[in-house]
Ligand binder design. Structure first.
Ligand code: ZN
Length: 185
């Protein structure tokens, strides 16, 4: 649960620590602004995609469903800086499908937390397996990390790619190849 008062105090202290005058005009509202922003960008801490993924529809078709290039924004837990990019989420239905917006919703729930890209990728795939119960799931994330591009090694545009396979996708190389074909790669 986000404690906005604590965040306000912490940001004020952070500004002091930076040698800033926290009372100057541009910074006066900053602690409160950040507390309110955190409530939004970390809203996923209090949520799960269970509700979204449990509203399913029957289907006799068992072909792969792929939602590609879902734009997401997340926050690196090592540096509290953003990482952002595109998620591609695929699953093989086992008699049930879910509304396409629910895949994007699932990505958003986990992205709006303090994250590692590797964990975010796995959480999306595991949520699909747990709540939608498909035959398999495959999730790929491609993201740019501000902690890579604005400091340290400074490689603008460098993409970190993570990939997770579950169920049939983990066992069946042909399904993975089909995923890449549908991705246009
Ligand atoms: Zn980082």
């Amino acid at each position: 649960m986000i404690d906005k008062e604590k965040i306000r105090q912490a940001v004020a202290l952070l500004l002091e620590g930076m040698g800033e005058d926290k009372h100057r005009e541009g910074l006066m509202e900053t602690p409160d602004r950040i507390a309110r922003m955190y409530e939004e960008i970390f809203a996923g801490m209090e949520q799960t995609p269970e509700q979204a993924l449990r509203r399913t529809f029957e289907t006799s078709d068992c072909g792969m469903v792929l939602e590609k290039d879902i734009v997401f924004y997340s926050t690196c837990e090592h540096h509290l800086l953003p990482f952002y990019g595109k998620a591609s989420v695929a699953y093989i239905p086992d008699g049930r499908v879910v509304g396409l917006s629910k895949l994007a919703r699932t990505v958003e729930v986990y992205a709006r937390r303090l994250q590692l890209q590797e964990r975010l990728t796995a959480q999306i795939a595991d949520a699909l397996m747990q709540y939608l119960k498909p035959k398999g799931a495959m999730v790929m994330l491609e993201a740019e990390h501000m902690c890579m591009t604005m400091r340290g090694v400074k490689k603008p545009g460098a993409q970190t790619v993570t990939l997770v396979t579950r169920g049939e996708f983990a066992k069946n190389q042909c399904l993975q190849e089909q995923f890449w074909q549908m991705m246009g790669r």
